[in-house]
Design a protein around this ligand. Structure first.
Ligand SMILES: *[C@@H]1O[C@H](CO)[C@@H](O)[C@H](O)[C@H]1NC(C)=O
Ligand SMILES: *[C@@H]1O[C@H](CO)[C@@H](O)[C@H](O)[C@H]1NC(C)=O
Ligand SMILES: *[C@@H]1O[C@H](CO)[C@@H](O)[C@H](O)[C@H]1NC(C)=O
Ligand SMILES: [Zn+2]
Length: 271
């Protein structure tokens, strides 16, 4: 618990306050771990890599995640989640199926965000990040952060690398930019050609196996996923007793590094 609360701290003065406080014995045992967590949360302290989240950590949570939007079915997925009183996480690209700055995509992202779903980065152009120089990597991150800040006011604290591919350089850049790296432990296989029926069966098997937590990969760019699989997955996981929450909630962290006001559209909103 200490580690989590320190991770949530975003003020540097808190860092020093912690160091000078008298520390009870049982907490002092945790200190090296806690300090590592504090250092990891501070981009100014380099050489520290992003946390890689491969699973949800709060028991009985399931996080439905959706990659590759914005696209025309994103609102449908958002509505399907909202209708059932649950939350999901959207890993968005800047320029993949749609340009993030288009009139509809930008409105749709604000809509999803306002419904309380988590928006997170899937980087700008869905590149294989392991092929990029540090400079190009930073650009892939930065352009999505800027777009989110303009459209919603929020700066993301979570990202998923395209194809789940990352090396140590990716982890360093993500860490420096204040973002956790998220993979998954269940794949609906929609992006590799599974039919809606096949994806639904995979969700059935998952519910039957009943792992302690679920971190599920889906793509809201497919009509079948949006209109058939998502309502089915929500029902099956709810019936199995899972609480359907965002990725941030399922690991007990904050979804955004900071939240400001969105900006008015201007000519710089272009891909
Ligand atoms: C999906 O969302 C669009 C708006 O983005 C709406 O026009 C359409 O009716 C929705 N489809 C379904 C099946 O809900
Ligand atoms: C990650 O991949 C990039 C591009 O191939 C490479 O330049 C970099 O050295 C790699 N980093 C590590 C730590 O392997
Ligand atoms: C980048 O890396 C992937 C695998 O990591 C590879 O398949 C691809 O061909 C590489 N090149 C480019 C230009 O994306
Ligand atoms: Zn993707």
């Amino acid at each position: 618990m200490l580690a989590w609360s320190l991770l949530d701290s975003s003020s540097h003065s808190f860092f020093f306050t912690v160091l000078t406080l008298p520390i009870p014995m049982h907490i002092s045992a945790l200190l090296p771990f806690a300090l590592a967590a504090v250092v990891a949360a501070h981009p100014f302290l380099k050489e520290l890599k992003a946390q890689v989240i491969t699973k949800c950590s709060l028991p009985n949570t399931a996080a439905l995640t959706f990659d590759d939007g914005p696209y025309i079915y994103m609102r449908n997925v958002s509505d399907a989640l909202t209708k059932e009183g649950v939350k999901g996480t959207f890993f968005l690209n800047g320029n993949n199926y749609r340009c993030i700055y288009g009139e509809e995509p930008a409105k749709d992202i604000k809509y999803v965000y306002d419904q309380g779903h988590q928006i997170a980065s899937h980087t700008w152009a869905h590149a294989h990040l392991n092929n990029l120089t540090r400079e190009r990597l930073n650009e892939e991150f930065q352009r999505v952060e800027l777009a989110f800040q303009r459209i919603t006011g929020a700066t993301p604290a979570f990202m998923r690398p395209p194809y789940g591919e990352y090396n140590n350089t990716v982890l360093e850049v993500a860490g420096e930019r204040g973002q956790n790296v998220v993979t998954w432990d269940f794949d609906s296989r929609d992006s590799v050609g599974a039919t809606a029926e096949e994806s639904n069966r995979l969700y059935d098997e998952l519910a039957k196996a009943h792992p302690a937590t679920v971190l599920a990969l889906n793509h809201d760019v497919y009509k079948d996923t949006a209109h058939t699989v998502v309502p089915y997955a929500i029902a099956v996981l709810k019936k199995a007793g899972y609480k359907l929450v965002t990725v941030a909630e399922c690991v007990g962290q904050k979804p955004y590094q900071k939240v400001d006001k969105p900006s008015p559209r201007d000519k710089s909103w272009a891909c």
